[in-house]
Design a protein around this ligand. Sequence first.
Ligand code: TXA
Ligand code: MG
Length: 319
Amino acid sequence: MTPEIARAAELLRAGELVAFPTETVYGIGADAANPAAVAKIFAAKGRPQDHPLIVHLADATQLDAWARDIPDAARKLAAAFWPGPLTLILKRQPGVIDAITGGQDTVGLRVPDHPLALELLRAFGNGLAAPSANRFGRISPTTARHVRDELGDAVAMVLDGGPCQVGIESTILDLSGPAHDGSAILRPGMIGVDAIAAVIGQAPAAARGDSPRVSGSLESHYAPRTPLELVSSDGLVFAVRNAIVKRERTAFLASMAQPIHHELISWRLAPTEPEPFARALYASLRELDALGCARIVVQAPPATPGWLPVLDRLRRAAS
Ligand code: TXA
Ligand code: MG
């Protein structure tokens, strides 16, 4: 164990907050069994108290300590995708504190796929509550630098594990209902419907976008401060002309090459595949936001299943 990890685990045991990298986004971690420590998360994020938190585990053997009546499908998914960007919502063990569950009878669990996160979880030895390490409603951090910019001294320590490889938050799958209800995606992520169906032999219900218990489903989530607009590739040239005519400094994120060069236009080329697009998305939005333009215009990716999680984040950023 490195001295850094030992120190982080010690801080967590003392009820302090430690931000750490995961493969999706950086999390702000606290001892999930310590109500006072969990309360510090809500204070640091400015997050409403009734929003439940995901508990991060070192491996699937810890499942039974946190959840009960675990369906076969959940065990299969854990075996197939953990460590990885999938959160399972299961019935909670009675001892799981209300600050974690938001007072519900369920708990969200996942094993993150990042070496530093796993080392930390093993050193700590129990579950860590860890929401994304951003202020409530803002863009999730994908580097240690973003975390420091967002939270400053509100955390005792930030573990730096480099840029996150997935880049957007985990898929959240609800398996807490009666067995015949099957499963339902509460938040889309890079583990999609088909991958889940291939493991459990039944497709989950798609995200309905109206689950009030998932803060990621609030309309105004993941938002930069600059107004953001999603446009089709056809609308892109029009948006450029419009910005020039109105004399509005405008930042673009598009997979198409810049059609017209002008001092008022900042153009950032976006990847053409969902995985690299997702990996770069939040850092790109932060950079474009920092330019202080009148608006950010993003070329909408195709509405195909592979792009769904990215499109979901873009739509929320735009609303
Ligand atoms: O990728 C991720 O999941 C990241 C990294 C740090 O692991 N974490 C993350 O946490 O995105 P957070 O708190 O920003 O979002 C977790 C979402 C929230 O929208 C919360 O409402 C939902 O998970 N959630 C947690 N427990 C739940 C439960 N028991 N029932 C329904 N939704 C739950
Ligand atoms: Mg979040």
